[in-house]
Design a protein around this ligand. Structure first.
Ligand code: ZN
Ligand code: ZN
Length: 377
């Protein structure tokens, strides 16, 4: 079990950063979402804004006040976690009266326009919110407002992602030798998972991908009972969670020499991945990082075999903003944490993918995933 000292998170100021995006754009104000308040229902966003880690909560953020609603299971936990994070909110505990509590708060403050997370609310919820929860307000869909704030990680967030990456690195080093015993994909996935948990991970970022031989041609293959044989390309994509924050890494290996075609695939993807990493820095278009990777693979004649985008943000969620792809909009900023993970997939033969998680800096990036990139074990 690894004990890691983690610095604190800057949670307390996040609600003010959200409020700064409310603006109507009138009277010299910066253009914003045009809302008076935001009703937050996505739990991951509530966690980000308040430090609350439970499984049920609602958050109404007004210009001067914050209402936090949860049920009796989280009475003590919510008070403890919001206090520890330095978040000042009126906390209401109710299993059955949540609608009335939110309704009354919104009526009392007279919010005219209330934001709802466009990607976090179902059609039926929206209808209920409009007619019963906020009958006097105009509901405004917001697109990635809080997710946009989450792109830049503070030092405490980077430390958690770094710790999760470190656990994944150590776990891989500890169990890689067992590949010589021809485990099945499922068995080796379990070894990786057990080792990451033994080293202190609270969970997996996602079910590990362990894809040997032809299975590796499917970028998101699920582990099967197929044995991992000598001389096969083996794609391993895995990550774990530390205090809510995810890691993500892919390595492709082979027990023994996989042959000239596989080695060529590996060399091309390795060069592509390095070109992508070298392109990452503050101010660069996300799409330029994708192009740096894609150009190397296209040059080798495998443009059509790179079946996915180059990368994604990593944080409280394994896939978050920004998207690093041909269509990814916007530029990278210092403090973003992104992956670079080009791959080549040849049906019937197998796949190669190499992925690191990086934190963007003013002059480049820091690589958080440190496992060696040797093809042959
Ligand atoms: Zn991955
Ligand atoms: Zn990834």
């Amino acid at each position: 079990m690894t004990t890691v000292e983690l610095p604190g998170l800057d949670v307390a100021e996040r609600i003010d950063r959200l409020r700064a995006l409310f603006g109507s754009g009138e009277a010299g104000e910066a253009p914003g979402a045009g809302i008076d308040a935001h009703f937050v229902t996505r739990l991951v966003n509530i966690r980000y804004l308040t430090g609350f880690t439970g499984s049920a909560a609602l958050l109404l953020v007004g210009p001067d006040e914050v209402l936090f609603v949860t049920d009796g299971r989280y009475k003590d936990q919510s008070a403890d976690q919001l206090a520890a994070a330095g978040v000042e909110a009126r906390i209401e505990i109710s299993g059955t009266e949540q609608k009335r509590i939110v309704h009354d708060a919104a009526q009392a403050t007279g919010y005219g326009r209330v934001g709802l997370e466009a990607h976090g609310v179902t059609w039926s919820q929206q209808r209920g919110f409009a007619t019963e929860w906020f009958p006097s307000a105009e509901l405004v869909p917001t697109e990635g407002l809080i997710e946009g704030l989450r792109r830049v990680k503070d030092a405490g967030e980077v430390a958690r992602i770094r710790a999760a990456c470190g656990i994944a690195d150590t776990a891989f080093a500890n169990v890689a030798g067992r590949l010589a015993d021809r485990p099945t994909e499922l068995e080796f996935g379990l070894e990786l998972e057990f080792e990451m948990r033994r080293l202190g991970a609270s969970g997996m970022s996602f079910e590990p991908i362990v894809a040997a031989g032809p299975n590796g041609a499917k970028p998101h293959a699920r582990p099967s009972d197929r044995r991992i044989e000598r001389g096969e390309l083996l794609v391993l994509d895995f990550g774990c969670i530390v205090d809510g924050y995810c890691s993500d890494m892919t390595r492709t290996v082979s027990v023994g020499d996989p042959g000239p075609e596989a080695r060529r695939m590996y060399d091309v993807v390795l060069e592509s991945q390095k070109a992508g990493r070298d392109a990452v820095r503050q101010g660069v278009e996300a799409s330029a990082v994708d192009k740096a990777c894609r150009d190397v693979i296209a040059e080798a004649g495998w443009a059509d075999a790179f079946l996915h985008g180059t990368g994604h943000g990593v944080g409280l969620e394994i896939h978050e903003d920004p998207r690093v792809s041909a269509t990814g909009r916007g530029t990278l900023a210092a403090g973003y944490v992104v992956t670079v993970e080009p791959g080549v997939y040849l049906t019937g033969i197998g796949g190669v993918r190499i992925e690191d998680t990086l934190v963007v800096t003013p002059d480049g990036s820091d690589i958080l995933t440190a496992s060696p990139k040797d093809l042959v074990l």
